[in-house]
Design a protein around this ligand. Structure first.
Ligand code: PEP
Ligand code: MN
Length: 334
């Protein structure tokens, strides 16, 4: 349920009303917009007398929300969420370009890629340390050493870093990581999501290989219900009957999610297509569709990459894509 309050309501009046809800075991989510304050009521709201609430002189309107996702719902929080990552912001008109290798392989590799993508305009460095691989015989990532190398690259370039977590027991290793990624394969690892809900780190939550947008939002809800509201959603392609591309990029997810949620939305054209030559057109399309960020895999020597070489751009190719994205953003912002 949401209660929209009248303009000019005082802090004290809001506090009193929230106190009254909380006394009835209802959690209140306050969203203060430029004009209106919206109270999102979470819990068993069936006992609340809507007419009584509507009659209060500080209440403008009351509406029941049937969507199963509450905290992530735009109806609860009409304004875009802006998530701070170090000195950067993502969401609400703040766009960020995330780039880096699929996996961290060595100090030279991550430093060379980090310098390259930074010079080309990326603002956040990605790199997998714990890799979810389909085969147990494939390279599984450098694990804790990989995170150490990312931290060296962060120190040298000043770029915030994002890397994937697969097991909540590894959380202490992520202390200095700026954004924690939950990969497509773990989107419904609810125990992991609950643990991340107890942290205060920004979480980039990737859409599962065969997950609906509602399921993605319900997974975001798991993190938010634990108190961590700093969730960024990521469309990375879904599995369809098409086999020419690695996945099918569902770009309509961007405007659809924009309607449904206030959370920032990032698109990953690398995993969505699996092919270098498709990354540029899909990255441009993602920017045109209104994404708040784009995440692209870049490697200094793609043919030798230990993971996802066929979809990895060289820093030079990335520079060209970054320029095109900037041009598209100018048009989108007009
Ligand atoms: C990744 O970003 O490296 C990754 C494994 O992506 P996904 O979870 O989307 O497959
Ligand atoms: Mn990858």
């Amino acid at each position: 349920m949401i209660a929209v309050l009248k303009q000019g309501v005082s802090k004290k009046q809001i506090e009193n009303l929230c106190h009254w809800f909380r006394e009835q075991g209802i959690d209140v989510h306050i969203s203060e917009g430029e004009y209106y304050t919206v109270l999102g009521l979470i819990g068993d709201t069936s006992k609340i007398d809507i007419e009584l609430l509507e009659d209060l002189d500080i209440v403008e309107s009351v509406k029941r929300i049937s969507d199963p996702f509450k905290s992530a719902n735009r109806k609860f929080h009409p304004e875009d969420s802006v998530i701070e990552v170090g000195d950067l912001k993502i969401g609400g008109g703040n766009f960020q370009l995330i780039a880096g290798p699929c996996s961290v392989e060595s100090q030279e590799q991550i430093l060379e890629v980090a310098e390259g993508v930074k010079a080309a305009g990326a603002s956040i460095l990605r790199g997998g340390a714990f890799k979810p691989r389909t085969s147990p015989y494939d390279f599984q990532g450098l694990k804790a050493d990989g995170i150490e190398l990312l931290l060296i690259a962060k120190e040298k370039t000043g770029m915030p870093i994002i890397t994937e977590i697969m097991n909540a027991n590894h959380l202490p290793l992520f202390e200095h990581v700026d954004i924690i990624q939950v990969g497509a394969r773990n989107m419904q690892n609810f125990e992991l999501l609950k643990e991340l809900g107890r942290t205060n780190k920004p979480i980039l939550l990737k859409r599962g290989l065969a997950s609906t947008l509602k399921e993605l939002l319900m997974s975001a809800e798991y993190i938010m219900a634990g108190g961590n509201e700093r969730v960024i959603l990521c469309e990375r392609g879904i599995r369809t009957f098409e086999t020419y591309t690695r996945n099918t990029l569902d770009l309509s997810a961007v405007p659809m999610l924009r309607e449904l949620t206030h959370l920032p939305i990032v698109v990953d054209p690398s995993h969505a297509t699996g092919m270098v030559r498709l990354v540029k057109p899909m990255a441009m399309a993602a920017a045109a569709a209104g994404a708040d960020g784009i995440m692209i895999e870049v490697h200094n020597n793609p043919s030798k990459a230990l993971c996802d070489g066929p979809q990895s751009l060289t820093p030079e190719q990335f520079k060209d894509v970054a320029q095109k994205i900037r041009k598209i953003l100018e048009v989108v912002r007009e």
